[in-house]
Design a protein around this ligand. Structure first.
Ligand SMILES: Cc1cc2nc3c(=O)[nH]c(=O)nc-3n(C[C@H](O)[C@H](O)[C@H](O)COP(=O)(O)O)c2cc1C
Length: 207
């Protein structure tokens, strides 16, 4: 897309006839649509945070709320929480494309991610999302799969893993709550400091 936009830079555009979607003919709309294509294809984003999580019994959701509360308390103005079983995937994708911070949470489900989280992760991979501050969290009972799968996801994407993952064995303990607070706080520092994403940074993860 960036190459196409460079080629079009000096050409007047009368209409945009996209393969999927509306035909744009009004000049002000054309300028706006080209600017949007440019922004989205650079994976540019605004300072804000999406926390997308799945939860069957509420443990993972409890972590999501601690992380969100700490991020808000440390100055992140725009925080969108998506319970993946309730939000439509297209709404989640819209917000993930809009904001620079992304935190994903999942319970372990049959030795995999929770299905709707798995689906979201695949959708983000298919769209080759880049340039995000990233964190993840989850809950399990006997053998965790969240850490393994979201660690692989983080490694495959051009993301900066900002803090240690928060993986909880079923119910809340003080050390887990502390890690969740740390994730929210560090994400807030990244989003409010104006620093750039360092893709595939080598954060030491102690699990
Ligand atoms: C259908 C189902 C499958 C599960 N599979 C696993 C599993 O493979 N490994 C594991 O450690 N826990 C498994 N669990 C337990 C949940 O991961 C655990 O209860 C977790 O805390 C649930 O998080 P939540 O309260 O956010 O739903 C499973 C639970 C359910 C209901």
């Amino acid at each position: 897309m960036q190459t196409a936009l460079k080629k079009l830079a000096n050409i007047g555009i009368d209409a945009i006839c996209s393969t999927h979607g509306p035909v744009w003919t009004v000049p002000e709309n054309i300028t706006g649509v080209v600017a949007l294509y440019d922004k989205l294809s650079r994976y540019d984003s605004d300072a804000g945070l999406v926390i997308a999580y799945g939860s069957m019994y509420g443990h993972t959701e409890e972590l999501a709320e601690i992380i969100a509360g700490e991020a808000a308390g440390n100055g992140v103005k725009n925080i969108v929480m998506h319970n993946v079983s309730k939000s439509h995937k297209s709404d989640i994708l819209r917000d993930v494309f809009k904001y620079k911070g992304l935190i994903i949470g999942s319970p372990t489900y049959n030795n995999k991610l929770y299905p709707a989280v798995d689906d979201l992760v695949s959708a983000l991979q298919n769209r080759n999302l880049k340039n995000r501050f990233f964190g993840y969290f989850g809950s399990f009972t006997w053998a965790d799969a969240t850490a393994r799968q979201l660690e692989a996801f983080a490694g495959a994407m051009e993301f900066e893993l900002v803090a240690e993952p928060v993986i909880m064995k079923q119910a809340m303990l003080a050390d887990v709550a502390e890690k969740a607070l740390a994730l929210g706080r560090i994400m807030a520092q990244k989003l409010t400091s104006g620093t750039e994403v360092v893709p595939n940074n080598t954060l030491t993860v102690n699990k």
